[in-house]
Design a protein around this ligand. Structure first.
Ligand code: APR
Ligand code: PHB
Length: 414
């Protein structure tokens, strides 16, 4: 058995874990990352691809955006299609912020490339990962690698191991409230080797179901289709997929050459989850380990990197100045931002997805909401604020602690 000693043990080498370790290293705080999968798997995993302005600023501020700035696609707006009309919503015109298209796995590659070579501070392919002592002052992470048992002793553990990880599961159930909502539909996500048929994202709300055209590069399209929650991938042969995309996006994809080859096809379940609080003792939850967003508004990666940045700041403050205020406030501060993004993601999911049991009333209401957005004005500005994430960067304007309590209002009326 080998024992290592570090300040922060990071479980999971997704974007959250890698970014956290990067930020800690930049401030002289050492960490060890323990990752269950191989490096190849982590680098190739295709996930989200839309970065908010705040995320790009975080990456730039950390010296991680050279390739991003050269290769990303900057989008001033997107197309919204419904009822056979196509409206352009320009977030740049509405609030002066664009969005950035750059695949999550590219962010992961950049983070891995920025790591100093050698050393034993990142373990891929770790098996049987277990957390111990999280309630006390000497937590540890144990795992097996190449047949050898390794124990990482640390001051803190950052649980960055995603929805199915071991970190959240290590917290006693009585200490955690887990909010979870599963939507009655899924998406099929396709990676296609063909130029996108429109230069910007196209969100289409069609009576047959929602469809989205996105992209990763000028040559690679990313397409999504709403499917019934009970459908399997086998229910969706290629011909049916193209037929539905053509109808829902109002494009002619009849010529095979223009369709391109499907490089990857995945089933994406839509769910919203939040674990509260995002801390137990010396264990802090970060990113997907604490919350899952439906992919509709592409918040998962953006909020995960924001969590990692906030935790890094709090840990650095603790090591530099011995102040524990930011660490103690981590969960409450992040949950405010998380719920804000959850609210928008759940609302957008409702707006974009005709439910199987929707009544004509529901349908007319949805169209009225879409029309309100497309008309511009204050609704569109508020929408753009949430869509590009600017609303989460603003400090709370009315801290709830200074607002009068209900009983203090007694007798104030009349
Ligand atoms: N031990 C060690 N590592 C683990 C374990 C475990 N028991 N379980 C999972 N992991 C690893 C996964 O293999 C993965 O590499 O933890 C990592 C978690 O990474 P992500 O799932 O990518 O989560 P996160 O870093 O929080 O990224 C945020 O944004 O777009 C969304 O959901 C999307 O992945 C995305 C997320
Ligand atoms: C994506 O490209 O994966 C993507 C983009 C925008 C969304 C959702 C997903 O709203």
């Amino acid at each position: 058995m080998r024992t290592l000693r570090t300040k922060v043990a990071v479980v999971g080498a997704g974007p959250a874990g890698l970014f956290l370790a990067h930020e800690l290293r930049a401030h002289g705080v050492d960490s060890v990352i323990v990752e269950r999968c191989t490096r190849e798997h982590v680098e190739r995993r295709v996930r989200a691809g839309l970065l908010e302005e705040g995320t790009v600023r975080l990456l730039r501020g950390s010296g991680l955006a050279d390739r991003l700035d050269r290769q990303c696609l900057v989008h001033d707006g997107f197309q919204l299609r419904f009822e056979t009309t196509s409206q352009r919503i320009s977030t740049a015109a509405l609030i002066g912020e664009p969005t950035y298209i750059y695949g999550q796995q590219e962010v992961v590659k950049d983070l891995l490339a920025a790591r100093p070579p050698g050393g034993d501070s990142l373990y891929f392919g770790a098996q049987d990962v277990r957390l111990a002592g999280i309630a006390g002052a000497s937590p540890s992470v144990a795992f097996t690698t190449g047949g050898e048992q390794v124990v990482v002793e640390a001051d803190f553990i950052a649980g960055c191991d995603g929805y199915h990880g071991v970190s959240r599961a290590s917290i006693p159930p009585a200490a955690l409230t887990f909010h979870s909502r599963r939507y009655p539909f899924n998406w099929i996500g396709l990676l296609v080797s063909a130029a996108p048929f429109a230069p910007e994202l196209v969100y289409s709300v069609h009576p047959r179901g929602f469809a989205l055209q996105s992209m990763r590069t000028p040559e690679i399209s990313r397409l999504y289709l709403q499917t019934d929650g009970r459908d399997e991938l086998s229910d969706w042969p290629e011909s049916r997929i193209w037929d539905e995309l053509a109808q829902r996006l109002y494009v002619d994809v009849s010529r095979t050459r223009e369709r391109g080859a499907i490089l990857e096809q995945v089933r994406v379940p839509l769910r919203s989850t939040v674990a509260e609080p995002m801390q137990f003792g010396r264990l802090f939850l970060v990113g997907d380990a604490a919350h899952i967003f439906p992919p509709t508004a592409a918040k998962g990666l953006n909020v995960a990197l924001e969590d990692a940045s906030a935790l890094a700041d709090a840990l650095v403050t603790w090591y530099r100045r011995g102040e524990d205020g930011p660490l103690e406030g981590y969960s409450a501060t992040r949950l405010r931002a998380v719920w804000r993004a959850q609210d928008f993601s759940a609302w957008l999911t409702w707006l974009f997805h005709p439910a199987a049991d929707a009544t004509p009333f529901d349908h007319r209401r949805r169209i009225a909401s879409l029309t309100r957005l497309a008309e511009g004005g204050s609704s569109a500005i508020a929408f753009a604020d949430e869509y590009v994430g600017r609303s989460r960067r603003r400090p709370p304007s009315r801290p709830h602690l200074t607002a009068p309590r209900i009983h203090e209002l007694d007798g104030m009326e009349g």
